[in-house]
Ligand binder design. Structure first.
Ligand code: SF4
Length: 359
């Protein structure tokens, strides 16, 4: 056991099990001035060193390990908290930053513990993610029930590949249990089965995702479409914009998203990565078309200086705060507070064309 956290670990009252123990941060924890390791559940196995323990806030939820490491599972001051349901997924998308693994039931138990520790009405925004969360519909129903009771006004995003919702009865069960302020964020990887399946590596994955989208719409659920900009998908940007406009008039939002280079995206770098400078003009054309057609569209994860000026208003500071950063080149940039910056998780995989805005 690490000596520096001995008194901290006494909060656990007894020995800390190998798999860790979950606690809410209380004032006592601030008296420890040593470095800690903290991260989101997204990177549970690739912790990000964030510095001093004083960076934890009262009300955060952490997991304490016997070696003294602390993993932050919930940052009470952030709008980017999520419940990581499972590592399992039925797709193998070429650019997946969170590669699928075998099932670990502990994730579910941890989520229930987090929800139990959070104070009623203390949550404004949260996300449910994986893996593919809808492969475990009973878990989702359990979370929905708790969210409905403890945080009825919270905005909830469920990130999904949509395929499970092709089963209408399953979609109906989840829609009936869903909190009022839910949005199903469904990844769509192309306008044809051939293109989509070359990205997702899942036979009939496109058909099931399309059916899933239509079932969610029939059930009057709020839907966001997410389209990740990869080497495979960007040649069809203008086609995909037309496809979204013609086929999904009911979605509330479309996000066209730059990549995070980690996990399968890093493994498949040469197949997946494309410089944003290479498609920036097509992207601008796609978003201005969708917007002109009355659709609510945004650009995620692409720095402002890479984008043509006519689409700056669509760019969102989308990167979660715990993994967002800027480069040395950004020093003095006048638009730093509007720009999404970069994924720290992408490390040295940095897009070309960074150029600070200066008067
Ligand atoms: S220089 Fe940096 S902060 Fe400024 S727009 Fe480019 S990436 Fe964003």
């Amino acid at each position: 056991m690490s000596k520096k956290f001995k008194s901290l670990l006494s909060l656990a009252d007894s020995g800390v099990p190998e798999e860790g123990i979950i606690r809410k941060v209380s004032r006592g924890i601030f008296s420890h001035g040593d470095d800690v390791v903290a991260c989101s559940p997204f990177t549970l196995r690739k912790c990000l060193k964030i510095g001093n323990i004083s960076e934890l806030h009262d009300g955060d939820i952490v997991k304490i390990y016997p070696d003294g490491n602390i993993v932050r599972l919930w940052d009470i001051q952030s709008f980017h908290n999520c419940l990581f349901v499972t590592s399992v997924c039925n797709f193998r998308c070429v650019m997946c930053p969170q590669p699928p693994h075998g099932e670990i039931e502990k994730h579910h138990q941890d989520n229930l513990r987090i929800l139990d520790l959070l104070e009623p009405d203390s949550v404004e925004v949260l996300a449910i993610t994986g893996g593919e969360p809808a492969l475990f519909p009973d878990r989702l129903v359990e979370y929905f029930d708790i969210i409905n009771k403890k945080f009825p006004a919270a905005k909830l995003d469920v990130l999904t590949n949509g395929s499970s919702f092709s089963d209408f009865e399953l979609a109906k069960k989840l829609a009936l249990a869903a909190p009022l302020n839910i949005c199903f964020c469904v990844s769509v990887h192309g306008d044809t089965p051939g293109l989509a399946e070359s990205v997702m590596h899942a036979p009939r994955g496109w058909d099931r995702a399309m059916l899933g989208l239509n079932n969610l719409a029939k059930l009057q659920q709020k839907i966001e479409i997410r389209y990740v900009l990869t080497q495979k998908s960007v040649p069809y940007l203008k086609d995909i914009a037309l496809f979204f406009y013609r086929n999904f008039p009911y979605v509330s939002h479309i996000a066209l998203m730059g990549q995070e280079i980690i996990g399968l995206a890093e493994e498949n770098y040469s197949d997946a990565w494309v410089e944003p400078t290479a498609y920036a003009n097509d992207l601008a054309e796609a978003v201005t078309f969708l917007s002109a057609m009355g659709m609510n569209v945004s650009i995620y994860n692409i720095p402002l200086c890479i984008l043509p000026e006519n689409c700056h208003s669509f760019a969102v500071r989308s990167i979660s705060d715990w993994k967002q950063n800027y480069r040395a080149e950004c020093a003095g940039c006048e638009k730093i507070n509007e720009c999404c910056g970069f994924f720290t998780t992408s490390r040295n995989f940095i897009p070309k064309g960074i150029k600070p805005f200066r008067s």
